[in-house]
Design a protein around this ligand. Structure first.
Ligand SMILES: NC(=O)c1ccc[n+]([C@@H]2O[C@H](COP(=O)([O-])OP(=O)(O)OC[C@H]3O[C@@H](n4cnc5c(N)ncnc54)[C@H](O)[C@@H]3O)[C@@H](O)[C@H]2O)c1
Length: 247
């Protein structure tokens, strides 16, 4: 029976990188995304339109999985959002923006885990990977954002820290059903900076490996986490950060 892996935010930059390697490795990949695929633009995986914070959409998803005739084997909690006001200073931060980011990262991931865990228990096998971030591990280096429109808000940091701890809890509770749960936490992604930029230079100067990470490099770690080679790894946070968090 073919093994299905769900990717929330599957149409995004990292989501697509993950889909490519997992399809290559023989998995059936279902992309959950609130946005529609861009017209005329090719993508890897099967699209299932869903807002992961909507209980109605999650109920539709559950019915789809039950009827699919595949083994529900994996979940990547990858969706995140940057609603209006995402980069405001905390003094001006809107509680609605704060709640929205927590809702997508944490409530959405909880709803998806709640959906897949019964299927995984049935097959006595499952792999869940939450996409964290260096921002969920260490405090931001605020200086690198000076003079740019980029920053790392408090809500993002606490959402990612929550997703990292989520894995320890699930790993402990569901290990007896051979269900593994880990986080993969990338550093700043360099895909949109391929031509180079002032920000990429400043960011890279703080990284021991001297550059940003590319989506293919995160995807290689994801492929490993879903492979049998990672069968004894659970409850961990794997940092793919070029050494950002070591000092
Ligand atoms: N880009 C980076 O530098 C970086 C670094 C570390 C970690 N991350 C994390 O990696 C993950 C993917 O990042 P990315 O750069 O590919 O982002 P992206 O914006 O390209 O993709 C995110 C996807 O999530 C989808 N999404 C948002 N809200 C949703 C909802 N309610 N329901 C379903 N889908 C929803 C979006 O439509 C989008 O396709 C995120 O969790 C992000 O926080 C990114």
């Amino acid at each position: 029976m073919k093994k299905t892996i769900l990717i929330s935010g599957g149409l995004g930059v990292l989501g697509q990188g993950f889909a490519k390697v997992l399809i290559r490795d023989g998995f059936d990949v279902l992309l959950l995304d609130v946005k529609e695929p861009e017209q005329g633009r090719e993508f890897s995986g099967e699209f299932f339109k869903a807002d992961i914070t909507s209980e109605a959409d999650i109920a539709r998803l559950k019915a789809c999985l039950a009827a699919r005739g595949t083994q529900v084997y994996g979940l990547i909690n990858n969706a995140s959002c940057q609603p209006p006001g995402f980069i405001q200073e905390i003094e001006d931060y809107s509680p609605d923006t704060f709640r929205k980011v927590l809702d997508v990262n944490l409530v959405g991931s909880f709803l998806l885990a709640k959906t897949v865990l019964p299927f995984m228990k049935e097959h006595h096998a499952g792999v869940i990977v939450n996409i964290g971030s260096i921002q969920g591990v260490v405090a931001p280096t605020f200086e690198i954002y000076e003079g740019t429109k980029i920053t790392s808000p408090l809500v993002y940091a606490v959402a990612k820290a929550g997703l990292i701890h989520f894995c320890k809890w699930v790993a402990k509770k569901y290990g007896k059903w051979n269900i593994r749960c880990n986080a993969v936490s990338p550093g700043g992604l360099g895909d949109s900076q391929r031509g180079g930029s002032a920000f990429a230079d400043i960011y890279s100067s703080r990284v021991p490996l001297g550059r940003m990470v590319m989506s293919e490099e995160v995807a290689d770690v994801i492929a490993f986490m879903f492979s049998d080679k990672a069968r004894y790894i659970t409850g961990q946070n794997i940092l793919v950060d070029g050494g950002w968090t070591i000092y």
